[in-house]
Design a protein around this ligand. Sequence first.
Ligand code: ADP
Ligand code: MG
Length: 691
Amino acid sequence: MALALDTPVQFLKGVGPRRAEAFQRIGIATVEDLLYHVPHRYLDATSVTPIAKAAVGSDVTLVGRVVSKAVVPTRRRLRIFRAVIRDTSGIVECAWPGQAYLDRVIKQGQLLLVTGPVKHYHGRQVVPREQVVLAEADDEEREDEVGSGMVLPVYPATEGLSHRQIRRVIADHLDRMLGCVTSGQSSDVAAELNLLSLREAFAALHRPTSAAQPESGRRRLAFDELFDLQLVVARARYLATSAHKGYQFEIKKELTTALKRDLPFELTADQRKAVREITRDMTAADRMHRLLMGDVGTGKTVVALFAMLLVLENEHQAVFMAPTELLAEQHAQTITTLLAPLGLVPEVLIGRLSQGEKKAIRERIADGTSRIVVGTHALIQENTRFWRLGLAVIDEQHRFGVEQRAALIEKGEAPDVLLLSATPIPRTLALTLYGDLDISTLKQKPVSQTPVKTGVRSDKDRSAIYGFLREQCKRGRQAFVVYPVIDESEKVDLKAATTMAVELEKRLAPLSVGLVHGKLKADDRDAVMRRFRDGDLDVLVATTVIEVGIDVPNATVMVIEHPERFGLAQLHQLRGRVGRGAEEGHCILLTDDYVSARRLKQFARTSDGFKIAELDLKERGIGELAGVRQSGGFNLRYADLATDDDLVNVARRAALGIIADDPNLSRKSHLGLRQRIERRYERGMELFRVG
Ligand code: ADP
Ligand code: MG
């Protein structure tokens, strides 16, 4: 039978209906799926030592049949699994201390590959680091296939389908399967990166002849994956910026120049650069669709204010939306102070105002009396109408849903959009997660700030820590105690946090202690936060809900319980809450988790949010970090954002070029791309249907 990429695996020799079902369970239906099912590791058998030549003290890879096996108890109650293996040159004993379960896995007669040191114990004994069953007792004819000179692929398997069975099916059909792979799927840019052709890549992954080959195969698949993703985000970017005509504002140097003159400080170089980038976007014909990313305290609000004033100079309105009332109030405060010398006052629209007040404010927004508006979700309600909305700034943008952001933007004809984020992420990740946005980055902190002093302590230091807390509060400072309730539905955690608040109240008396958590109603939460902000509470026990941008300059201490349960980026966010005033900030990580202490200490030494994000990415992979953008919804199978910068960059450049040229991928030569994206990203394709 002739094979094609869409041939069901069931029609391959050696795969019946039962196995086909097992394949289906791991997402493999067709020949193409099978090709893309690449090994998750390899055993390097390029140099297999004949058993007779395995010398004590060396590290070897051996291949032999199991001639006998047993589980042997020792005096120290450690059970050892032992197996004797034989090849044509001799026999040797292998021992796996503490792994008695292997007795159920390894069977007499099987062909086994083991890798590990040869020790001296009543003669030679191999203690394998790794072992793999190469063949069952009854497939004699396979013995020579796995001699030396091979890198053995090990495939992700499932119940009822072992990695060996998968290897066998793939090995048996690989040549014919490779024959189905057309060169049409490769792209020109791949040549620039010295990438293998797709066919070569599959061969390198499934039948490598050196230990280095699989990596070059992976890079090819990773590039394709990143390229497709970049096409999708380039398309999203096109829709956001070019598909509808934007405003082309003019630099009038009236308000912006006055603001610069009257600022009580000098802008940092990063801030100046960001202002330039934003101004360039706003004075161009395309719409601005930009993300301003910077750690807490890097001064994003001021930068946004320049953009807002540019809009005002051009007889339009600017709106600034924050995720909570407290944050909105805080921004309004900052903006009010900075604008005072210019004689401008922002309008503030938040939910807790009286109906009458809100009505009056909405009228002033609708008739253009108010040109600068700061607020919360109240802004996106139906009855809020703008006179001429020219710019929408959205703070902590990831705290809003896609629809909420859209609802604000749709209050205008085609306003420019500036999103703010205090979660710095590495560039490669940003280009992937936020590829539809242009990005400005603030790395420098205005000089005055000193890094938060961070220490890792254990439970035995608890009284000393409470002593420190009490002493700080006596001096008029305030403290946060953070308890991880990551998932607010976790009743047990919530109870623990609540219990702790009660306990602290006792131990820290007469200090006043408050508690906020995600189960509180927004109003109640705001009320507690407000009391803390206003200094009525000394200590605030909080689950992870404490406001991302909340500014309580008087708070100098943060104690974090179970810091090992947070990601590093999240810890960094949290500690940004203290040391925002003149006094030095302290962050105490309280853990008895010996294993995490090392990474926490590394964190304690680092104050650069971008570096921390990189550590986080290396540690936890994209999945967790992708949480910063709920709308992401993709996962990368082959690409590794921690190492594949070069691939990301080239893929991005190529994708932007293609979309600029053919935004709907409607050309005949792009049909293949369209189809591939359609298969890979259901949601991504929707973006192509819109246009
Ligand atoms: P972010 O939103 O990035 O956390 P903000 O915009 O709230 O930071 O700024 C934090 C504080 O730093 C504000 O009080 C702001 O007025 C101040 N600030 C901003 N830029 C500078 C600067 N270049 N020099 C000194 N202080 C600055
Ligand atoms: Mg902010």
